[in-house]
Design a protein. Structure first.
Ligand code: NAD
Length: 490
């Protein structure tokens, strides 16, 4: 094991502002997907542990909700500062567990998580109701926007720290307390977030972290009667199950689910930019990105040129040691995910798509769940690789003839998370952006994010939004207050 990996401390549960062991001392192994080595263990929360965390969050709620907004703002801002003060340690934990390049975890994910806390710090002092002019008698009527109570946040492994921050920061800004369940493969960076939050002055119990299995710890959190809201990021399949469970007790939910996003290249685009954007749209983050531009729709007149350029780009995007600063394509998160991706590559070949680049596992020194940057041409939108979320560096390139054709193919999907389009025609840029059924549309760009603008899905990609002012709505409820202003009757 490398020196860096050997220095990683075992993960424990974070409840009430301190590390504790799981009931019965249960743990699971944490594996480095680039080396296949067990780097440490982590406590695995049982339903009783989940209850402990929920009770800690409940106990902390009244004081946190009543704290002055300015004080909440100060603490949230400081969490961002603490994350950046510990960026090396956090980025290392993220890369060693997820397999993503250290370049991403150090220079993008951790700084973006810090910015997310600092953005919502600003909102803590700006959560306001309205005074409402009524037509019914002499009343003063106003609304208050109040926190929900204990929020259960459940997140995926592809951006462990960032996805957690997208939920924790607005939930805390709104005055809620949180029990956070990270994905089983990537608990360590999120535990460091909890440490940073304590260092920043967050009172004990306001944020609790319960690593563990989805079917045990996650399920117990969803079923817990004292959890007011579930904020979920993960697969559409698991999301549907959570919705059914939450329905039994009418718990509030927001769902950030899967995607099969279309990235459309019109013949009038700057082709160099479009090809760079298309490659970035699928190979960044190893394609383990909910919004990955996994379907590339290319106008027929430039199709063969674009495919040839993508082949060249894919072949110049080698997999590498995720801890090396120059690596841009890391390891997939675990063996099961790698096998799933390879299985889809097999289906693409079997259904008649043309493999033009990649397509193979490529271990480093005989180890690691690395898959080559892969491009399929001659894909039809009814093929499995165009319909199902692969969640890996696999691009399906589909030809189209007209603008209407492109919009039709793009919208012919169960999902609607994101989309991109490349054109020099400003009118077409807006027109097509308005027609695409997706929560985010990039024009002449792809995979751009900013905490200030909302992100979330149409259709089976979910509902509710992370980021932007809209995310706050998911952590607040509105109370209408009526004051009788009539004069006392004698
Ligand atoms: P997943 O659905 O398997 O797991 C997500 C989380 O849910 C994990 O923490 C897991 O432990 C937990 N979980 C699993 N079963 C559960 C249950 N029965 N009850 C409660 N919790 C349970 O997804 P994944 O494989 O971790 O992540 C990949 C998926 O996440 C992809 O579909 C991807 O598109 C999606 N995703 C969406 C967004 C978005 O913002 N829309 C962002 C990132 C990832």
């Amino acid at each position: 094991m490398s020196e860096v990996a050997a220095a990683v401390k075992p993960g424990r549960l974070w409840i009430g502002g301190a590390y504790v062991d799981a009931e019965g001392g249960k743990t699971f192994d944490v594996v480095n997907p680039a080396t296949e080595e067990v780097i440490t263990t982590c406590a695995a929360a049982s339903p009783a542990d989940v209850d402990r965390a929920v009770q800690a969050a409940r106990a902390a709620f009244p004081a946190w909700a009543a704290m002055s907004p300015l004080e909440r703002q100060r603490i949230l801002w400081n969490i961002g500062e603490r994350l950046m003060a510990r960026v090396d340690e956090i980025a290392t934990a993220e890369t060693l567990t997820n397999g993503k390049p250290i370049f991403e975890s150090k220079f993008i994910d951790t700084p973006d998580a810090a910015k997310c806390f600092q953005y919502y710090a600003g909102w803590a002092t700006k959560i306001m109701g309205q005074t409402i002019p009524l037509s019914t008698g002499p009343f003063l009527n106003y609304t208050r926007r109040e926190p929900l109570g204990v929020v259960g946040a459940i997140v995926a492994w592809n951006f462990p720290l960032l996805l957690a921050s997208w939920k924790v920061a607005p939930a805390l800004a709104a005055g809620n307390t949180v029990v956070l369940k990270p994905a089983e493969f990537t608990p360590l960076s999120v535990l460091l977030l909890a440490e940073c939050a304590k260092e920043a002055g967050l009172p004990d119990g306001v944020l609790n972290v319960i690593p563990g299995k989805g079917s045990i710890a996650g399920q117990a959190l969803v079923e817990h009667p004292q959890v007011a809201k579930i904020a979920f990021t993960g697969s559409t399949e698991v999301g549907k199950g959570i919705l059914r469970t939450a329905a039994d007790r009418v718990a509030k939910v927001t769902m950030e689910l899967g995607g099969k996003s279309a990235n459309i290249v019109f013949a009038d685009a700057n082709i160099d930019d479009a090809v760079r954007g298309a490659a970035n749209g699928i190979f960044y983050g190893k394609g383990e990105i909910c919004a990955a531009g996994s379907r590339l729709l290319v106008e027929r007149s430039i199709y063969s040129d674009v495919v040839a350029r993508l082949k060249e780009r894919a072949e110049k995007s080698p997999v590498g040691d995720p801890m090396h600063p120059k690596t841009r394509l890391g390891a997939l998160v675990r063996e099961g995910q790698m096998n799933r991706v390879l299985d889809y590559i097999g289906k693409g070949k079997g259904e008649g798509a043309t493999l033009v680049a990649g397509g193979e596992r490529q271990p480093i020194n005989g180890k690691g769940y690395f898959v080559q940057a892969t491009v399929f041409a001659d894909v039809r939108n009814d093929m499995t690789i165009a319909r199902e979320e692969i969640f890996g560096p696999v691009l399906a390139v589909i030809p189209f003839d007209t603008e209407a054709d492109a919009v039709g193919i793009a919208n012919d999907s169960l999902y609607g998370l994101a989309a991109g389009l490349w054109t020099r025609d400003i009118k077409r840029g807006h027109r097509v952006a308005h027609k695409l059924e997706a929560g985010t549309v990039w024009v002449n760009a792809y995979n751009r994010y900013d905490t200030a603008t909302p992100f979330g899905g149409y259709k089976e990609s979910g509902f509710g939004r992370d980021m932007g002012p809209e995310a706050l709505d998911g952590y607040l409820q509105t109370k209408s207050v009526w004051i009788d202003l009539s004069e006392d009757r004698a």
